[in-house]
Design a protein around this ligand. Structure first.
Ligand code: ACM
Length: 540
């Protein structure tokens, strides 16, 4: 049962086990009561054990004690299982929480169920000591809820799955050309008009097909408050993304004056029903700035995160080149070109956010035309943007599309249901290294961490998201958390061995993961067909 994912720093096992039973107590000492509540709820529902509140260490005998140890780093924890019971100590409540996640793995896959399946079974934790701490402080997952709306229930489930993998930043991609998903009270049409589209492009390749079905939905501000609070209970920070000045057709469809009205008839635009890079970008006017300041004011009230993501990716400059208004703005500001105009636009929100005690983060295109002082970068077009930003003293989250875009296919075979992008296998993700060797140790300190991105153009619901995300998110979590050696030296066979146990956990959680080729490890017996062997790549 010590087949843990992500792999901890150190495990020393001895002989014996703590048995949780009806008399076992759970005692959460000062500063850990929130974790105690989470853990007792999770374990009570899975085990059916009462896990009554103990008061003192002795009182918890054969039970669980949670406490802070200020000598440990903020997310560091120590888990000791011995004749006294289970003791989890953390440098902060977050550290204790990650220790609680490890405890759940140690209890076996059924500890992930929501109701007990057998009342007579034993719940045992082997005697051991685990010392553990994360490699990175930003261990992220980005979910695109704009291309396909994911109802709130699925978002909460994603947060649970992140917690189970010790991931701690949920990057919430809330707006795009194809949908606006967050209620903004002062601009109601953003969701009234901007959250629905009439139809959606489906299929791949040369013959586009539209499904002719309306698609949409949004989160009310109360939904957002619930999501943020639910994440906080799991020591996950939600970083909202409002994508500007590109990826904004849904907003322009709702408020046509936000677009480049001297170039196109923005009244004729509707929420986009297809994919790709959209030419209809925001007009760089005072009206647009004031409008989005209003949006961000409401966003800041809802999201307490240090970082706020402003997108900045894939903003074609063609309309700005043709717009007399945009050109006048370039002259008035003494800028060299349209790239500098985008830089000015992003810089405006950098100062605006800094004045309110927050920090801006954007996709690596925000480097074009000069990066605002305090801004951080999500490096997605490979490592180059992240390297340039770190060298210039900016913080970076490494999420190169060639490695950790989980919408990309997992196999070249013809039965792969989402045949897009580069092939990124489980092993490819396991061998992803967030810190490029080009960086000096000083520069590498700017790599806050890493993030896997789940874009949902071809994922219409959570089952599809599961398939694309798992099992690769488990490999990603180990890259983000564990102190792994250089990619070529990583022991993928050991990871696969531990995955055998982890698939059982994912089964108990009800995740529609992509099965490995061939029979699953516990199906290797006659008469049980597995997934067909991966075949040759399809012709395009
Ligand atoms: C991106 O993939 N456009 C950030």
């Amino acid at each position: 049962m010590t087949e843990l994912i992500p792999k901890p720093r150190g495990v020393v096992a001895t002989t014996g086990e703590v048995r949780l039973a009806a008399h076992s107590r759970l005692h959460a000492r000062t500063g850990t009561q929130g974790v105690g509540h989470w853990l007792s709820t999770a374990l009570r529902q899975a085990t059916g054990l009462p896990l009554r509140e103990g008061r003192e260490l002795d009182d918890a005998g054969d039970g669980i004690v949670l406490q802070l140890d200020p000598g440990l780093g903020p997310e560091e924890y120590r888990l000791v299982s011995d004749w006294n019971g289970v003791l989890i100590e953390g440098g902060s409540a977050a550290g204790v929480f990650w220790g609680a996640q490890t405890l759940r793995q140690l209890l076996g896959p059924d500890a992930y169920r929501r109701a007990p399946i057998r009342r007579d079974r034993a719940w045992a934790v082997p005697y051991l000591t685990i010392e553990d701490a994360p490699r990175f402080r930003w261990r992220g997952l980005m979910l695109d809820v704009a291309r396909h709306f994911m109802p709130k229930e699925g978002v909460l489930r994603s947060l649970d799955l992140m917690a189970a993998h010790k991931l701690n930043v949920f990057h919430f991609h809330l707006t795009d050309d194809q949908g606006w998903r967050i209620q903004i009270e002062r601009h109601p049409r953003l969701t009234e008009t901007g959250s629905w589209r009439a139809r959606t492009k489906t299929g791949h390749g040369a013959s586009p097909l539209w499904d002719e079905k309306p698609h949409g939905g949004y989160y009310t501000q109360d939904d957002i408050r619930e999501i943020v609070a639910y994440a906080a209970e799991r020591h996950i920070t939600v970083v909202p993304e409002i994508d500007v000045p590109g990826h904004s057709q849904a907003a322009i469809a709702a408020y046509p004056e936000l677009g480049n009205t001297d170039v196109i008839d923005t009244n004729a635009l509707s929420v986009w029903d297809t994919w790709g890079i959209n030419p209809n970008v925001l007009a760089p006017t005072d009206n647009t700035l004031r409008f989005y300041e209003g949006v961000f004011e409401e966003v800041l009230e809802l999201f307490p995160s240090e970082f706020v993501h402003v997108g900045g990716d894939e903003c074609p400059k063609d309309q700005w080149r043709r717009s007399a208004t945009a050109q006048a703005r370039i002259r008035e500001l003494g800028l060299a070109d349209e790239d500098e105009l985008q830089s000015w636009f992003i810089g405006h929100f950098d100062s605006w956010l800094s004045a309110r005690g927050r920090r801006l983060i954007g996709w690596d295109e925000i480097l074009q035309g000069g990066l605002a002082d305090g801004a951080a970068v999500s490096s997605w077009r490979g490592y180059a943007g992240g390297i340039a930003a770190a060298r210039a003293g900016h913080d970076v989250v490494m999420c190169p599309e060639q490695q950790v875009y989980l919408d990309h296919r997992q196999d070249p075979g013809p039965d792969e249901p989402v045949p897009i992008g580069w092939v990124r296998t489980l092993e490819d993700v396991y061998r992803f290294e967030p810190v490029p060797p080009e960086l000096t140790p000083e520069e590498a300190r700017h790599v806050l961490g890493t993030q896997a991105n789940v874009w949902t153009e071809v994922m219409e619901d959570h089952a599809r998201v599961d398939y694309q995300t798992f099992p690769r998110l488990a490999a990603f979590a180990e890259v983000a958390w564990s102190a792994l050696p250089a990619p070529a030296e990583r022991d993928f066979a050991d990871f696969e061995r531990r995955m055998t146990a982890h698939y059982r956990r994912l089964d108990a959680l009800g995740i529609a993961y992509r099965p490995p080729a061939g029979p699953l490890p516990w199906q290797r017996r006659p008469g049980v067909p597995g997934r067909p062997k991966d075949g040759p790549p399809p012709s395009r």
